[in-house]
Design a binder for this molecule. Structure first.
Ligand SMILES: *Cc1c(COP(=O)(O)O)cnc(C)c1O
Length: 331
């Protein structure tokens, strides 16, 4: 796998640290827990979207774009990192928000991620829940074009084969780190949403033949839909990397039992997991993604799903800025 073949702009602080979570390991009595700190990618306070944006923004620049369009929920971490990347590269940025979380309060609508989007100078457009956001992106792109600018559309979560290269790169980085540190990884676990993180990781791990299984903890869709989405993207990414057929359907595993009532809706398990990680490791996870992912990992550990002598790496995909949008549930 030779990633230098693909255009890339440097936006992230890499490599991100791979750190032991010694107190949590002791708390559960094994397995051994590590955290891959992709919350420390730097841009806009960090998160997993920055790795994807390195490849997406490079493509946008190559196509001569001067305006970036993307979409997400109001508290989208992806939109925050995209707004920062566009600012950094001197491009205009339109964020299309789908108001997916109903009964949102003032903090949700104005603090956390969206506060930073405004500071970065992004133009924000709001849509009702259920809007076809891809159609909406197309319409805004037409308008941008008619005004003489050149738009580039980044799909929700930055999840296509170009963005997923960022997580194929993370697979390389993580395995190299683990080799250097003599850490034998038995499982990689992380929160999965728009599928680019898991799709890219699995494609990367398969292409380098690492033999490490990945477990995605779902945050919105049911298991069959989530796994299909990840598989399709992993296949496309492996193909793009020059290894068609490199990923099998059985390589894709998502557990979607920790979503609760729906995307962005807090669960007791998420609240407990966020508090436990804060109290035991000084780490901040987020209410929408990494907190639910952590809840899933903790619960599966408690149920004996992993061997006591296994080593687990939880990829911290970021998002703690979102805590400020959920003040009421943590207060
Ligand atoms: C977007 C996001 C995820 C999920 O990554 P996908 O590539 O969309 O599956 C996980 N955690 C955080 C904090 C995110 O912002």
């Amino acid at each position: 796998m030779h990633l230098a073949r693909f255009p890339r702009v440097r936006l992230a602080h890499l490599p991100t640290p791979l750190e032991p979570m010694a107190r949590l390991t002791k708390h559960f009595g094994g397995p051994t827990l590590y955290v891959k700190r992709d919350d420390c990618t730097g841009l806009a306070s960090g998160g997993n979207k920055t790795r994807k944006l390195e490849y997406l923004m490079a493509e946008a620049l190559r196509e001569g774009a001067d305006t970036i369009l993307t979409q997400g929920a109001v508290q989208s971490n992806h939109c925050r990192q995209t707004a920062a990347a566009a600012a950094r590269l001197g491009m205009k940025c339109f964020l299309l928000f789908e108001k997916r979380v109903t009964d949102a309060d003032d903090a949700y609508l104005n603090s956390g991620n969206v506060l930073l989007d405004r500071i970065y100078g992004a133009s924000i457009l709001e849509y009702d829940a259920g809007t076809d956001m891809n159609t909406a992106l197309g319409e805004v792109a037409d308008k941008v074009r008619s005004e003489g600018s050149t738009p580039y559309i980044i799909p929700g979560g930055g999840s296509n084969k170009v963005g997923a290269l960022g997580y194929a790169n993370c697979a390389l980085e993580l395995v190299a780190q683990a080799n250097d540190m003599d850490v034998k990884i038995d499982h990689i676990i992380h929160a999965t949403g728009s599928a680019g993180t898991q799709g890219g990781l699995v494609a990367g791990l398969k292409v380098i033949n690492a033999g490490i299984p990945v477990l995605g903890i779902g945050v919105n869709a049911p298991q069959d839909i989530q796994e299909t989405r990840v598989f399709n993207l992993a296949e496309e990414t492996a193909d793009y990397l020059g290894v068609p057929g490199g990923v099998a359907r059985s390589d894709i595993v998502a557990n979607c039992n920790y979503i609760g009532e729906g995307y962005g809706v807090p669960t007791q398990g998420m609240l407990d997991a966020v508090h436990l990680a804060a109290h035991m490791e000084g780490l901040l996870f987020d209410p929408v993604y990494s907190g639910k992912g952590l809840d899933g990992m903790f619960d599966l550990i408690s149920k004996g799903h992993f061997g006591k002598n296994d080593t687990l790496v939880f990829i911290h995909t970021g998002g703690s800025v979102g805590l400020f949008g959920y003040q009421n549930v943590f207060g």
